[in-house]
Design a protein around this ligand. Structure first.
Ligand code: ADP
Ligand code: ZN
Length: 278
């Protein structure tokens, strides 16, 4: 049996499985402070015997498994979590731990079992509590020296909205994540009506970031996941904005083949985290 953890800013999904597509038990735990959240995670796994545990976590975190700091969260991206070493905290679970960013894990899930199959350059974007991006080149995460933090790039925004990123204010995540929508429009994103101007604005902000990803990586597929992308109407709005902003500069093909919904729905992250354990 293998275990998986998808640790997000709002919720944590834990699961045990025979293999990533054969999940035996799954639980959602609200992400709070580290002490109580980790206690709940460890308590879930105490009921099972697992050999390996794949963890996809929000970052930024040390991914170099040779480092003594392997698994350490290095910034206050979520209040109270800076300095927490996830590998050490989870060592109470008797299993070999493999850790990656939540978005690299979700990208892996979609690459192995979803819409990313055989994509040479494959991108997974989550638009949730934050914005995160995983880039796989022939199935391997593009990590660089630390790891990518594409959600924290800067994009234009004429409205002078100060943004909600705890570190940068109005970076991409600060302007277009779920909490950014809530702050800008004064209510939770899911409560906004379909006709609300927020959606066209959101599609444009997402398209700016996606254009930058296209410019940098020329991916063959980009999957958009995360809580905000439960708003299915956003996909077509985003594609139209990407088309308009890119302005035919290079051929992108039909955008409905480039910008895709996750085949695994909200399970990309946990399936990918379980895949890390293989
Ligand atoms: P996490 O970031 O913990 O992985 P999610 O991907 O579910 O969790 O992202 C949570 C964010 O997505 C919250 O800001 C929430 O308001 C927003 N969200 C969740 N569901 C919806 C929805 N149906 N429509 C719009 N926004 C949503
Ligand atoms: Zn930022």
């Amino acid at each position: 049996m293998i275990g998986g953890i998808e640790l997000g800013g709002t919720k944590c999904i834990v699961a045990v499985a025979n293999n990533p597509l054969d999940i035996l038990e799954k639980k959602i735990i609200p992400t709070r402070g580290p002490t109580s959240t980790i206690l709940d995670i460890v308590s879930f796994f105490s009921n099972y015997q697992i050999s390996k545990l794949g963890v996809g976590s929000f970052g930024p975190l040390v991914l170099n498994s040779d480092s003594a700091e392997y698994g350490c969260l290095v910034a206050e991206s979520k209040g109270g979590w800076k300095g927490i070493n996830l590998v050490k905290e989870l060592s109470k679970i008797d299993a070999h731990i493999i850790i990656d960013t939540d978005v690299n894990a979700a990208a892996l899930g979609e690459y192995k079992y979803g819409v990313g199959k055989s994509a040479e350059t494959f991108v997974y974007v989550t638009v949730g509590t934050g914005i995160g991006v995983g880039v796989l080149i022939e199935g391997k995460p593009h990590v660089g020296d630390f790891h990518l933090e594409i959600g924290h790039m800067f994009i234009p925004d004429k409205d002078n909205f100060e943004g909600v990123c705890r570190i940068h204010g109005n970076c991409w995540e600060g302007l277009a994540s779920g909490p950014a929508m809530q702050s800008r429009w004064g209510m939770e994103a899911r409560a906004l009506s379909l006709e609300h101007e927020a959606w066209e604005k959101e599609a444009q902000l997402l398209a700016f970031g996606i254009i930058n990803i296209i410019s940098n990586h020329s991916p063959d597929k980009i999957v958009l996941g995360g809580g905000v992308m439960n708003q299915k109407h956003l996909f077509e709005k985003v594609r139209l904005n990407v088309k308009k902003i890119w302005n035919g500069y290079t051929p992108l093909g039909p955008l409905s083949d480039l910008i895709l919904e996750p085949a695994l729905g909200s399970d990309s992250g946990i399936v990918g985290s379980l895949s890390l354990a293989l």
